[in-house]
Design a protein around this ligand. Structure first.
Ligand code: SF4
Length: 235
């Protein structure tokens, strides 16, 4: 119940304000206990720009799964160079990854949904939980029109499992809004976005999408049975 009261308080406070005003307010409200996790994708680059340009008191963190595209490391490097700010990089626990790859090989995720979720859990969810440790507010670049699953979410939520507030600043933005902001503000972005990749994750599990295909169709494209999520945003 306490969480519902807080959610209402925050929702009232944030409604009708600009994204940058909301980020600044949350940075003060949750000082030292607020984090933005970036995948370095194009939506997240918008939020990173807003946080760094306005020198907001919000920690920025990313997950290095060990299977990212070289172009994604370019974005990380270019972003650090551009803003001269810190992005905390969280790696998986090496013992667990060593065990998985030694026992099942480097492409176990293609063999079953269970294996795929295991890999995502070890390389993403566990490091994410470390990034969220001690936090009370988690900012993410989710947009409603990225998938049916995400369309069911709200722009501000309480994550019962993780016990924190989640805020999605770009929830109501279109992909065109995102692209326009990136161009107008000359924000560094992943060059793969210009080659048909819309949602970019790990290299083996991501492909470009064809015109008319679903936004998340390029993620785990061999799976047809679900929400196309890695487990990070399952409440
Ligand atoms: Fe593993 Fe693929 Fe998930 Fe990356 S996206 S963590 S490589 S299963």
């Amino acid at each position: 119940m306490k969480s519902n009261i807080m959610l209402k308080e925050l929702s009232d406070q944030l409604s009708g304000k600009s994204i940058e005003e909301n980020l600044a307010w949350l940075g003060t409200r949750f000082a030292g206990r607020i984090v933005f996790t970036t995948s370095l994708g194009i939506e997240d680059q918008v939020i990173t720009h807003m946080i760094f340009k306005n020198d907001l008191d919000i920690k920025v963190a990313t997950l290095d799964t060990g299977r990212l595209f070289p172009q994604t490391y370019d974005v990380l490097s270019n972003t650090i160079s551009r803003y001269r700010k810190k992005i905390t990089v969280h790696f998986p626990e090496y013992e667990a990854v060593e065990k998985m790859v030694s026992e099942k090989g480097p492409f176990s995720f293609f063999e079953s949904k269970e294996n795929r979720m295991e890999c995502c859990r070890l390389r993403k969810v566990v490091p994410l939980n470390r990034a969220l440790d001690g936090m009370e507010c988690w900012i993410s670049g989710i947009r409603a029109d990225q998938s049916d699953n995400r369309n069911q979410m709200n722009w501000i939520e309480y994550d019962e499992a993780k016990k924190l507030i989640k805020f999605y600043p770009l929830f109501n933005w279109s992909f065109e809004d995102v692209n326009n902001f990136i161009k107008e503000n000359n924000v560094p972005y992943n060059s793969l976005h210009d080659k048909g990749y819309v949602s970019i994750g790990c290299e083996p599990c991501t492909r470009a999408v064809k015109p008319g295909e679903d936004f998340r169709a390029g993620r785990w494209w061999w799976e047809n049975d679900g929400s196309k999520e890695c487990g990070c945003h399952i409440n």
